[in-house]
Design a protein around this ligand. Structure first.
Ligand SMILES: Nc1ncnc2c1ncn2[C@@H]1O[C@H](COP(=O)(O)OP(=O)(O)OP(=O)(O)O)[C@@H](O)[C@H]1O
Length: 262
């Protein structure tokens, strides 16, 4: 099957929350990201999918400003973000895959410490706002180390929102969580997007991507092989034929990301 790069209802660059053009990243001699071009509109829930080692976390880190691209363009809300960008610091927040909360702190202390570390104005006011929005009131005195996986994840997202970012980067937000908690987080993510936040997320759960994401980019060995809606990607797999079963996002994922191995 030949792979075409499809782009469904791609937002125009001036309106974009995130704009990437021919972005490349190399680690030692390995080219990890190759000519990544992508536009994510404001308020979108956009999924970045791909097999292990495809480059998802590397791309997340670059967008978050934790790593620099070697070449290419990166713009956030119309502003250049490929180099030093202190003025964009509060526009964007990354919720990492691993729980990096200080276990000895209480929920309240963890939030306050973060607000102070990032020099946020009115830290107590911000703290109270996220505690209310994330229903953390009963947990505020609890030690972080005793929180359930779901509560810790909720706290990580609340912490990321303290600075009022417009673009939220979620790296595998529901990994290791039970189905109930996962669904709770989906509701929360949808509410954030409905409130105007842009969500750029990675996940290995195709059902999650299908339920949450308006559009998905499939990354394979550092290259984007397709960008489309979940339905568009599924249809692409169906159109390729060769399989009598009903096409699914999973079959699309497997086809498109296994292509060159065949
Ligand atoms: N700091 C680093 N130094 C050298 N190579 C790295 C570094 N970080 C990542 N890589 C390599 O870059 C490639 C992409 O890794 P990355 O973690 O971005 O993939 P991923 O799609 O997030 O994978 P996963 O789904 O397993 O989390 C891999 O080959 C990895 O070994």
């Amino acid at each position: 099957m030949s792979v075409s790069l499809m782009t469904a209802a791609c937002p125009r660059e001036p309106d974009a929350a995130l704009y990437l053009h021919r972005l490349c990243k190399q680690y030692r001699r390995q080219l990890v990201l190759k000519d990544i071009s992508l536009t994510v509109g404001k308020g979108e829930i956009f999924g970045l999918l791909g097999p292990n080692g495809a480059g998802k976390t590397t791309l997340m880190k670059i967008v978050a400003g934790l790593s620099r691209p070697d070449s290419g363009e990166l713009r956030l809300y119309g502003r250049d973000a490929s180099g030093e960008r202190p003025e964009l610091k509060h526009l964007i927040a990354l919720v990492p895959q691993e729980n990096n909360l200080e276990r000895e702190f209480t929920v309240q202390e963890a939030l306050l410490a973060y607000a102070r570390l990032y020099g946020l104005a009115k830290p107590r006011q911000r703290l109270e706002r996220v505690i209310e929005e994330f229903s953390l009131g009963e947990m505020r005195g609890k030690q972080v180390g005793v929180l359930s996986g779901g509560m810790a994840r909720r706290l990580l997202i609340a912490r990321a929102l303290l600075g009022g970012p417009q673009l939220l980067l979620l790296d595998e937000p529901t990994v290791g969580l039970d189905p109930d908690v996962r669904q709770e987080l989906w509701v929360m993510i949808r509410q954030l997007a409905a409130a105007g936040k842009t969500i750029f997320m990675t996940t290995h759960y195709l059902e999650e991507a299908e339920r949450l994401c308006g559009r998905i980019a499939l990354l394979k060995a550092g290259r984007i092989v397709a960008v489309d809606t979940p339905a568009g990607l599924t249809a692409m797999a169906g159109a390729a034929g060769g399989d009598r079963r009903e096409p699914t996002l999973e079959s699309a994922f497997l086809r498109l990301t296994r292509e060159e191995r065949a």
